[in-house]
Write a protein that binds this ligand. Structure first.
Ligand SMILES: *[C@@H]1O[C@H](CO)[C@@H](O)[C@H](O)[C@H]1NC(C)=O
Ligand SMILES: *[C@@H]1O[C@H](CO)[C@@H](O)[C@H](O)[C@H]1NC(C)=O
Ligand SMILES: *[C@@H]1O[C@H](CO)[C@@H](O)[C@H](O)[C@H]1NC(C)=O
Ligand SMILES: *[C@@H]1O[C@H](CO)[C@@H](O)[C@H](O)[C@H]1NC(C)=O
Ligand SMILES: *[C@@H]1O[C@H](CO)[C@@H](O)[C@H](O)[C@H]1NC(C)=O
Ligand SMILES: *[C@@H]1O[C@H](CO)[C@@H](O)[C@H](O)[C@H]1NC(C)=O
Ligand SMILES: *[C@@H]1O[C@H](CO)[C@@H](O)[C@H](O)[C@H]1NC(C)=O
Ligand SMILES: *[C@@H]1O[C@H](CO)[C@@H](O)[C@H](O)[C@H]1NC(C)=O
Ligand SMILES: *[C@@H]1O[C@H](CO)[C@@H](O)[C@H](O)[C@H]1NC(C)=O
Length: 365
Protein backbone atom coordinates (compact mmCIF):
# COMPACT_ATOMS: atom_id res chain seq x y z
CA UNK A 1 0.00 0.00 0.00
CA UNK A 2 2.77 2.42 0.93
CA UNK A 3 4.81 1.28 -2.05
CA UNK A 4 2.14 2.20 -4.58
CA UNK A 5 1.71 5.59 -3.08
CA UNK A 6 5.43 6.30 -3.14
CA UNK A 7 5.56 5.52 -6.86
CA UNK A 8 2.64 7.80 -7.56
CA UNK A 9 4.10 10.61 -5.55
CA UNK A 10 7.54 10.15 -7.02
CA UNK A 11 5.99 10.75 -10.41
CA UNK A 12 4.38 13.98 -9.24
CA UNK A 13 7.23 15.69 -7.53
CA UNK A 14 9.47 15.12 -4.60
CA UNK A 15 10.10 18.80 -4.04
CA UNK A 16 7.07 19.06 -1.78
CA UNK A 17 7.90 16.16 0.46
CA UNK A 18 9.54 16.59 3.81
CA UNK A 19 11.71 14.05 5.55
CA UNK A 20 11.63 13.80 9.33
CA UNK A 21 14.55 12.34 11.18
CA UNK A 22 13.42 10.51 14.29
CA UNK A 23 16.03 8.97 16.56
CA UNK A 24 15.16 5.67 18.21
CA UNK A 25 16.74 5.25 21.63
CA UNK A 26 19.31 8.05 21.32
CA UNK A 27 21.66 8.45 24.31
CA UNK A 28 20.49 5.11 25.68
CA UNK A 29 17.08 6.59 26.48
CA UNK A 30 13.89 4.59 25.95
CA UNK A 31 12.45 7.29 23.72
CA UNK A 32 11.86 8.40 20.18
CA UNK A 33 12.95 11.94 19.46
CA UNK A 34 10.96 13.88 18.52
CA UNK A 35 8.18 11.96 20.25
CA UNK A 36 5.73 12.80 17.45
CA UNK A 37 5.72 14.54 14.08
CA UNK A 38 3.16 16.26 11.88
CA UNK A 39 3.51 14.81 8.43
CA UNK A 40 1.56 15.03 5.17
CA UNK A 41 1.09 12.41 2.47
CA UNK A 42 4.29 12.12 0.46
CA UNK A 43 6.49 12.89 3.44
CA UNK A 44 8.95 10.40 4.87
CA UNK A 45 9.92 9.53 8.39
CA UNK A 46 13.46 8.22 8.82
CA UNK A 47 13.84 6.16 11.96
CA UNK A 48 17.48 6.23 13.06
CA UNK A 49 18.22 3.26 15.30
CA UNK A 50 20.67 3.95 18.10
CA UNK A 51 22.50 1.30 20.15
CA UNK A 52 20.42 -1.34 21.99
CA UNK A 53 17.71 -3.38 20.36
CA UNK A 54 14.55 -1.46 19.49
CA UNK A 55 11.64 -1.62 17.06
CA UNK A 56 9.18 0.81 15.55
CA UNK A 57 5.92 -1.10 15.60
CA UNK A 58 2.50 0.26 14.76
CA UNK A 59 -0.15 -0.11 17.45
CA UNK A 60 -3.42 1.62 18.23
CA UNK A 61 -4.46 4.36 20.59
CA UNK A 62 -6.55 1.94 22.62
CA UNK A 63 -3.72 -0.60 22.93
CA UNK A 64 -0.42 1.28 22.74
CA UNK A 65 1.74 -1.74 23.47
CA UNK A 66 0.03 -4.29 21.23
CA UNK A 67 1.22 -4.57 17.61
CA UNK A 68 -1.52 -3.73 15.12
CA UNK A 69 -2.45 -6.63 12.86
CA UNK A 70 -0.84 -5.97 9.50
CA UNK A 71 0.61 -2.69 10.73
CA UNK A 72 4.06 -1.24 10.10
CA UNK A 73 6.83 -3.04 11.96
CA UNK A 74 10.56 -2.66 11.52
CA UNK A 75 11.25 -5.77 13.56
CA UNK A 76 14.11 -5.77 16.06
CA UNK A 77 17.08 -3.69 15.02
CA UNK A 78 19.97 -4.60 17.34
CA UNK A 79 22.72 -2.00 17.22
CA UNK A 80 26.01 -2.53 19.02
CA UNK A 81 27.28 0.18 21.36
CA UNK A 82 29.66 2.53 19.60
CA UNK A 83 28.19 1.95 16.12
CA UNK A 84 28.87 4.97 13.90
CA UNK A 85 26.76 4.26 10.82
CA UNK A 86 23.38 3.89 12.49
CA UNK A 87 20.78 1.86 10.58
CA UNK A 88 17.87 3.89 9.19
CA UNK A 89 14.41 2.64 8.26
CA UNK A 90 12.20 4.84 6.16
CA UNK A 91 8.43 5.05 6.48
CA UNK A 92 6.59 6.80 3.66
CA UNK A 93 3.46 8.63 4.79
CA UNK A 94 0.28 8.03 2.85
CA UNK A 95 -2.51 9.05 5.21
CA UNK A 96 -3.57 12.63 5.71
CA UNK A 97 -4.61 13.81 9.15
CA UNK A 98 -5.15 10.34 10.55
CA UNK A 99 -3.14 9.69 13.68
CA UNK A 100 -0.77 6.72 13.45
CA UNK A 101 0.53 5.24 16.70
CA UNK A 102 3.74 3.30 17.31
CA UNK A 103 5.68 1.67 20.10
CA UNK A 104 8.87 -0.24 20.74
CA UNK A 105 7.91 -3.86 21.24
CA UNK A 106 11.13 -4.87 23.06
CA UNK A 107 9.80 -6.99 25.94
CA UNK A 108 13.08 -7.14 27.86
CA UNK A 109 12.79 -4.11 30.10
CA UNK A 110 9.28 -3.43 28.76
CA UNK A 111 10.23 -0.48 26.57
CA UNK A 112 6.62 0.39 25.71
CA UNK A 113 5.50 0.26 29.33
CA UNK A 114 8.27 2.71 30.11
CA UNK A 115 6.75 5.16 27.65
CA UNK A 116 8.74 4.39 24.49
CA UNK A 117 6.01 5.38 22.05
CA UNK A 118 5.78 7.57 18.97
CA UNK A 119 3.00 9.09 16.90
CA UNK A 120 2.41 10.70 13.55
CA UNK A 121 -0.25 13.43 13.55
CA UNK A 122 -1.66 12.89 17.05
CA UNK A 123 -4.59 15.19 17.81
CA UNK A 124 -3.55 18.29 19.73
CA UNK A 125 -6.66 18.28 21.87
CA UNK A 126 -9.44 15.98 22.98
CA UNK A 127 -8.89 12.58 24.52
CA UNK A 128 -6.45 11.12 22.01
CA UNK A 129 -3.45 13.36 22.47
CA UNK A 130 0.10 12.06 22.41
CA UNK A 131 0.28 12.64 26.16
CA UNK A 132 -2.76 10.45 26.70
CA UNK A 133 -1.30 7.78 24.42
CA UNK A 134 1.96 7.72 26.32
CA UNK A 135 0.18 7.67 29.66
CA UNK A 136 -1.83 4.69 28.46
CA UNK A 137 1.37 2.92 27.42
CA UNK A 138 2.89 3.54 30.85
CA UNK A 139 -0.26 2.23 32.49
CA UNK A 140 0.40 -1.19 30.99
CA UNK A 141 3.43 -1.57 33.21
CA UNK A 142 2.92 -4.26 35.71
CA UNK A 143 1.76 -3.55 39.21
CA UNK A 144 5.35 -3.84 40.47
CA UNK A 145 5.76 -0.15 39.68
CA UNK A 146 3.12 0.84 42.21
CA UNK A 147 5.52 1.96 44.89
CA UNK A 148 4.57 4.42 47.58
CA UNK A 149 5.44 7.59 45.74
CA UNK A 150 5.69 10.79 47.69
CA UNK A 151 4.39 13.22 45.12
CA UNK A 152 4.92 16.35 47.19
CA UNK A 153 8.55 16.52 46.17
CA UNK A 154 9.87 18.17 43.08
CA UNK A 155 12.35 15.35 42.61
CA UNK A 156 11.68 12.72 39.96
CA UNK A 157 9.38 9.85 40.71
CA UNK A 158 10.97 6.42 40.72
CA UNK A 159 11.57 4.94 37.34
CA UNK A 160 9.56 1.88 36.51
CA UNK A 161 11.45 -1.35 36.57
CA UNK A 162 10.78 -4.89 35.56
CA UNK A 163 12.30 -8.26 36.18
CA UNK A 164 14.11 -9.86 33.29
CA UNK A 165 16.17 -12.94 32.80
CA UNK A 166 19.43 -13.09 30.96
CA UNK A 167 22.12 -15.59 30.21
CA UNK A 168 25.43 -14.77 31.80
CA UNK A 169 28.67 -16.24 30.52
CA UNK A 170 31.82 -16.25 32.59
CA UNK A 171 34.62 -18.14 30.91
CA UNK A 172 33.29 -21.61 30.29
CA UNK A 173 30.38 -21.42 32.70
CA UNK A 174 27.00 -20.21 31.48
CA UNK A 175 24.01 -19.62 33.69
CA UNK A 176 20.68 -17.89 33.66
CA UNK A 177 20.11 -15.07 36.03
CA UNK A 178 17.14 -12.96 36.97
CA UNK A 179 17.90 -9.31 37.32
CA UNK A 180 16.18 -6.01 37.68
CA UNK A 181 15.88 -4.39 34.30
CA UNK A 182 15.86 -0.71 34.95
CA UNK A 183 15.92 2.16 32.52
CA UNK A 184 19.52 2.73 31.56
CA UNK A 185 20.95 -0.15 33.55
CA UNK A 186 23.48 -2.36 31.85
CA UNK A 187 22.75 -6.02 31.21
CA UNK A 188 24.16 -8.35 33.82
CA UNK A 189 27.72 -9.41 33.26
CA UNK A 190 30.08 -10.74 35.87
CA UNK A 191 33.33 -9.00 36.67
CA UNK A 192 36.09 -10.82 34.80
CA UNK A 193 38.03 -10.64 38.05
CA UNK A 194 35.75 -9.78 40.97
CA UNK A 195 37.09 -6.93 43.03
CA UNK A 196 36.36 -5.54 46.45
CA UNK A 197 35.31 -1.90 46.58
CA UNK A 198 36.00 -0.06 49.82
CA UNK A 199 33.72 2.66 51.13
CA UNK A 200 34.75 4.59 54.23
CA UNK A 201 31.79 5.36 56.47
CA UNK A 202 32.15 8.74 58.15
CA UNK A 203 35.56 9.66 56.82
CA UNK A 204 37.24 12.50 58.83
CA UNK A 205 34.20 12.51 61.16
CA UNK A 206 32.10 13.97 58.34
CA UNK A 207 28.62 12.67 57.54
CA UNK A 208 29.69 11.09 54.28
CA UNK A 209 30.43 7.78 52.66
CA UNK A 210 33.61 7.98 50.66
CA UNK A 211 33.22 7.32 47.82
CA UNK A 212 29.45 7.70 47.95
CA UNK A 213 28.64 6.77 44.37
CA UNK A 214 30.32 3.75 42.81
CA UNK A 215 29.87 1.24 40.01
CA UNK A 216 30.34 -2.43 40.77
CA UNK A 217 29.96 -5.55 38.64
CA UNK A 218 28.16 -8.76 39.46
CA UNK A 219 30.34 -10.85 41.73
CA UNK A 220 32.17 -7.83 43.15
CA UNK A 221 32.00 -7.10 46.85
CA UNK A 222 31.68 -3.78 48.62
CA UNK A 223 33.29 -3.43 52.05
CA UNK A 224 32.11 -0.60 54.27
CA UNK A 225 34.70 0.47 56.83
CA UNK A 226 33.29 2.33 59.83
CA UNK A 227 35.32 5.27 61.10
CA UNK A 228 34.76 7.12 64.40
CA UNK A 229 31.22 8.05 65.48
CA UNK A 230 28.22 5.75 65.39
CA UNK A 231 26.96 5.07 61.87
CA UNK A 232 25.05 2.39 59.97
CA UNK A 233 24.85 1.09 56.43
CA UNK A 234 21.18 0.53 55.71
CA UNK A 235 19.68 -0.31 52.33
CA UNK A 236 16.79 1.90 51.18
CA UNK A 237 15.07 2.76 47.90
CA UNK A 238 15.36 5.71 45.54
CA UNK A 239 11.99 7.15 46.55
CA UNK A 240 12.47 6.71 50.28
CA UNK A 241 16.16 7.33 50.85
CA UNK A 242 15.95 7.55 54.65
CA UNK A 243 13.79 4.50 55.34
CA UNK A 244 14.87 0.86 55.51
CA UNK A 245 14.03 -0.93 52.26
CA UNK A 246 11.46 -3.22 53.85
CA UNK A 247 9.53 -0.25 55.21
CA UNK A 248 8.96 1.26 51.76
CA UNK A 249 8.91 -1.83 49.55
CA UNK A 250 8.39 -4.89 51.75
CA UNK A 251 11.66 -6.38 50.52
CA UNK A 252 14.19 -6.95 53.27
CA UNK A 253 17.39 -5.06 52.55
CA UNK A 254 20.85 -5.29 54.08
CA UNK A 255 21.66 -3.57 57.38
CA UNK A 256 24.90 -3.29 59.30
CA UNK A 257 23.31 -2.09 62.53
CA UNK A 258 24.98 0.67 64.56
CA UNK A 259 28.77 0.52 64.57
CA UNK A 260 30.05 2.78 67.33
CA UNK A 261 33.74 3.62 66.91
CA UNK A 262 35.57 5.93 69.29
CA UNK A 263 37.92 8.64 68.16
CA UNK A 264 41.04 6.79 69.31
CA UNK A 265 40.15 3.41 67.84
CA UNK A 266 42.66 2.08 65.34
CA UNK A 267 40.70 -1.00 64.31
CA UNK A 268 37.69 -0.23 62.19
CA UNK A 269 34.73 -2.60 61.96
CA UNK A 270 33.61 -3.56 58.46
CA UNK A 271 30.45 -4.74 56.75
CA UNK A 272 30.54 -6.46 53.37
CA UNK A 273 27.90 -7.00 50.69
CA UNK A 274 28.04 -8.94 47.44
CA UNK A 275 26.73 -7.46 44.22
CA UNK A 276 24.25 -9.85 42.64
CA UNK A 277 22.85 -7.79 39.76
CA UNK A 278 23.28 -4.49 38.01
CA UNK A 279 20.24 -2.73 39.42
CA UNK A 280 21.00 0.38 41.46
CA UNK A 281 21.48 -0.14 45.20
CA UNK A 282 20.61 2.78 47.48
CA UNK A 283 21.47 3.21 51.13
CA UNK A 284 21.86 5.61 54.03
CA UNK A 285 23.07 6.03 57.59
CA UNK A 286 20.31 5.27 60.09
CA UNK A 287 21.74 7.50 62.83
CA UNK A 288 19.34 10.35 63.71
CA UNK A 289 19.87 13.31 61.39
CA UNK A 290 22.63 11.75 59.28
CA UNK A 291 20.48 10.90 56.27
CA UNK A 292 18.99 14.40 56.26
CA UNK A 293 22.56 15.68 56.21
CA UNK A 294 23.02 13.82 52.95
CA UNK A 295 24.78 10.75 54.33
CA UNK A 296 23.70 8.37 51.60
CA UNK A 297 25.39 6.18 49.01
CA UNK A 298 24.56 4.53 45.72
CA UNK A 299 25.97 1.57 43.84
CA UNK A 300 25.30 1.44 40.10
CA UNK A 301 23.04 4.50 40.03
CA UNK A 302 21.96 5.29 36.47
CA UNK A 303 23.34 8.74 35.79
CA UNK A 304 21.60 9.14 32.43
CA UNK A 305 18.10 9.17 33.95
CA UNK A 306 16.28 11.20 36.57
CA UNK A 307 17.04 8.67 39.29
CA UNK A 308 20.67 9.68 39.43
CA UNK A 309 22.85 10.02 42.51
CA UNK A 310 22.55 13.81 42.74
CA UNK A 311 18.74 13.56 42.84
CA UNK A 312 18.96 10.82 45.45
CA UNK A 313 21.03 13.07 47.70
CA UNK A 314 18.56 15.91 47.14
CA UNK A 315 15.62 13.68 48.00
CA UNK A 316 17.40 12.41 51.13
CA UNK A 317 17.98 15.96 52.35
CA UNK A 318 14.35 16.88 51.70
CA UNK A 319 12.61 13.82 53.12
CA UNK A 320 15.12 13.41 55.93
CA UNK A 321 14.48 17.00 56.97
CA UNK A 322 10.70 16.72 57.06
CA UNK A 323 10.80 13.42 58.87
CA UNK A 324 12.48 15.15 61.81
CA UNK A 325 10.86 18.57 61.50
CA UNK A 326 7.43 18.91 59.98
CA UNK A 327 7.66 22.69 59.85
CA UNK A 328 10.00 22.56 56.88
CA UNK A 329 8.18 23.24 53.65
CA UNK A 330 8.91 21.07 50.65
CA UNK A 331 11.39 22.66 48.29
CA UNK A 332 9.57 24.59 45.61
CA UNK A 333 12.51 26.51 44.26
CA UNK A 334 13.13 24.48 41.14
CA UNK A 335 9.70 25.11 39.67
CA UNK A 336 9.78 21.71 38.04
CA UNK A 337 7.06 19.19 38.62
CA UNK A 338 7.44 15.45 38.74
CA UNK A 339 5.32 15.25 35.64
CA UNK A 340 7.99 13.75 33.43
CA UNK A 341 5.77 13.10 30.45
CA UNK A 342 4.97 16.78 30.35
CA UNK A 343 8.62 17.69 30.17
CA UNK A 344 9.09 15.17 27.39
CA UNK A 345 6.18 16.60 25.51
CA UNK A 346 7.35 20.16 25.70
CA UNK A 347 10.70 19.02 24.35
CA UNK A 348 8.89 17.30 21.54
CA UNK A 349 7.00 20.49 20.83
CA UNK A 350 10.25 22.39 20.56
CA UNK A 351 11.63 19.82 18.14
CA UNK A 352 8.44 19.98 16.21
CA UNK A 353 8.71 23.72 15.83
CA UNK A 354 12.25 23.25 14.56
CA UNK A 355 11.04 20.69 12.04
CA UNK A 356 8.21 22.99 11.10
CA UNK A 357 10.83 25.49 10.01
CA UNK A 358 12.61 22.96 7.88
CA UNK A 359 9.37 22.06 6.13
CA UNK A 360 8.76 25.71 5.34
CA UNK A 361 12.31 26.00 4.11
CA UNK A 362 11.77 22.92 1.96
CA UNK A 363 8.65 24.37 0.38
CA UNK A 364 10.47 27.51 -0.65
CA UNK A 365 12.60 25.64 -3.16
C1 LIG B 1 18.10 13.87 8.25
O1 LIG B 1 19.34 13.19 8.29
C2 LIG B 1 20.03 13.20 7.06
C3 LIG B 1 21.22 12.29 7.17
O2 LIG B 1 21.92 12.54 8.36
C4 LIG B 1 20.41 14.63 6.72
O3 LIG B 1 21.07 14.67 5.48
C5 LIG B 1 19.15 15.47 6.65
O4 LIG B 1 19.49 16.81 6.44
C6 LIG B 1 18.34 15.36 7.91
N1 LIG B 1 17.06 16.01 7.71
C7 LIG B 1 16.53 16.84 8.62
C8 LIG B 1 15.19 17.42 8.27
O5 LIG B 1 17.10 17.11 9.66
C1 LIG C 1 16.68 -8.30 20.23
O1 LIG C 1 15.56 -8.44 21.09
C2 LIG C 1 14.76 -9.58 20.77
C3 LIG C 1 13.56 -9.60 21.68
O2 LIG C 1 13.94 -9.51 23.03
C4 LIG C 1 15.57 -10.86 20.93
O3 LIG C 1 14.79 -11.96 20.54
C5 LIG C 1 16.79 -10.76 20.04
O4 LIG C 1 17.61 -11.90 20.26
C6 LIG C 1 17.58 -9.51 20.35
N1 LIG C 1 18.71 -9.42 19.44
C7 LIG C 1 19.94 -9.24 19.87
C8 LIG C 1 21.00 -9.26 18.82
O5 LIG C 1 20.19 -9.05 21.05
C1 LIG D 1 -13.36 11.97 26.40
O1 LIG D 1 -13.38 11.25 27.62
C2 LIG D 1 -14.45 11.63 28.47
C3 LIG D 1 -14.26 10.90 29.79
O2 LIG D 1 -13.93 9.55 29.57
C4 LIG D 1 -15.79 11.31 27.80
O3 LIG D 1 -16.85 11.72 28.64
C5 LIG D 1 -15.85 12.07 26.49
O4 LIG D 1 -17.01 11.72 25.79
C6 LIG D 1 -14.65 11.75 25.63
N1 LIG D 1 -14.68 12.62 24.47
C7 LIG D 1 -14.54 12.16 23.24
C8 LIG D 1 -14.54 13.17 22.15
O5 LIG D 1 -14.40 10.96 23.01
C1 LIG E 1 1.73 -8.78 35.24
O1 LIG E 1 2.68 -9.82 35.13
C2 LIG E 1 2.13 -11.13 35.22
C3 LIG E 1 3.26 -12.13 35.23
O2 LIG E 1 4.25 -11.78 34.30
C4 LIG E 1 1.16 -11.34 34.07
O3 LIG E 1 0.56 -12.61 34.17
C5 LIG E 1 0.08 -10.27 34.12
O4 LIG E 1 -0.76 -10.41 33.02
C6 LIG E 1 0.69 -8.89 34.14
N1 LIG E 1 -0.34 -7.89 34.32
C7 LIG E 1 -0.46 -6.82 33.52
C8 LIG E 1 -1.56 -5.88 33.86
O5 LIG E 1 0.27 -6.63 32.57
C1 LIG F 1 34.10 -15.76 36.89
O1 LIG F 1 35.19 -16.62 36.65
C2 LIG F 1 36.37 -16.34 37.42
C3 LIG F 1 37.46 -17.27 36.98
O2 LIG F 1 37.01 -18.59 36.94
C4 LIG F 1 36.03 -16.49 38.90
O3 LIG F 1 37.18 -16.15 39.67
C5 LIG F 1 34.91 -15.58 39.25
O4 LIG F 1 34.53 -15.74 40.60
C6 LIG F 1 33.70 -15.81 38.36
N1 LIG F 1 32.69 -14.79 38.62
C7 LIG F 1 31.46 -15.10 39.04
C8 LIG F 1 30.54 -13.95 39.26
O5 LIG F 1 31.09 -16.23 39.20
C1 LIG G 1 24.72 4.33 68.61
O1 LIG G 1 23.52 4.95 68.16
C2 LIG G 1 22.34 4.25 68.55
C3 LIG G 1 21.13 4.96 67.94
O2 LIG G 1 21.17 6.30 68.18
C4 LIG G 1 22.26 4.19 70.05
O3 LIG G 1 21.11 3.43 70.43
C5 LIG G 1 23.51 3.54 70.61
O4 LIG G 1 23.47 3.56 72.03
C6 LIG G 1 24.74 4.26 70.11
N1 LIG G 1 25.92 3.55 70.58
C7 LIG G 1 26.92 4.16 71.22
C8 LIG G 1 28.01 3.30 71.72
O5 LIG G 1 26.93 5.38 71.37
C1 LIG H 1 23.36 -11.20 47.16
O1 LIG H 1 22.90 -12.52 47.37
C2 LIG H 1 23.29 -13.04 48.65
C3 LIG H 1 22.89 -14.51 48.69
O2 LIG H 1 21.56 -14.65 48.24
C4 LIG H 1 22.62 -12.22 49.73
O3 LIG H 1 23.00 -12.69 50.99
C5 LIG H 1 23.07 -10.78 49.60
O4 LIG H 1 22.39 -9.96 50.54
C6 LIG H 1 22.75 -10.27 48.21
N1 LIG H 1 23.33 -8.95 48.06
C7 LIG H 1 22.58 -7.86 47.98
C8 LIG H 1 23.33 -6.58 47.80
O5 LIG H 1 21.36 -7.87 48.02
C1 LIG I 1 28.20 9.41 40.25
O1 LIG I 1 29.06 8.58 39.50
C2 LIG I 1 28.95 8.73 38.08
C3 LIG I 1 29.81 7.71 37.43
O2 LIG I 1 31.10 7.71 37.95
C4 LIG I 1 29.35 10.16 37.69
O3 LIG I 1 29.17 10.32 36.31
C5 LIG I 1 28.44 11.13 38.43
O4 LIG I 1 28.82 12.44 38.15
C6 LIG I 1 28.47 10.88 39.92
N1 LIG I 1 27.45 11.72 40.50
C7 LIG I 1 27.72 12.49 41.54
C8 LIG I 1 26.60 13.36 42.02
O5 LIG I 1 28.80 12.50 42.08
C1 LIG J 1 0.66 15.90 34.38
O1 LIG J 1 0.22 16.94 33.54
C2 LIG J 1 -1.09 16.79 33.09
C3 LIG J 1 -1.38 17.89 32.10
O2 LIG J 1 -0.99 19.13 32.62
C4 LIG J 1 -2.05 16.81 34.28
O3 LIG J 1 -3.36 16.61 33.84
C5 LIG J 1 -1.67 15.70 35.22
O4 LIG J 1 -2.45 15.77 36.36
C6 LIG J 1 -0.20 15.84 35.62
N1 LIG J 1 0.20 14.71 36.42
C7 LIG J 1 0.88 14.84 37.54
C8 LIG J 1 1.27 13.58 38.22
O5 LIG J 1 1.20 15.93 37.98
Amino acid sequence: MFGTLVLVLAGVSSAYSATFNVTVGADGQLAYSPAFVRAAPGDFVNFIFNPKNHTVTQSSFAQPCTPLDGGYDTGFVPVAAGTVDLPVMQLPISQADTPIWFHCKQPVGNHCGQGMVFAINPPTEGNNTFDAFQAQARATLNATATTSVTSVWSTPSPQPWATATATVTNGTSVWTTTYTSYLGSVPPSPAPQPIDHKIIVGVDTQFIYSPANISAAIGDTVTFEFHPKNHTVTQSSFSNPCQPLEQSTGTVGFKSGFQPVSADDTEFPTFRITINDTAPIWGYCGQTGHCAAGMVFAINAVESGPNNFANFVKLAKQTGATSTSTSLAPATTTGSSNNNSNAALSNAKISWIAIGFSIVAGLMF
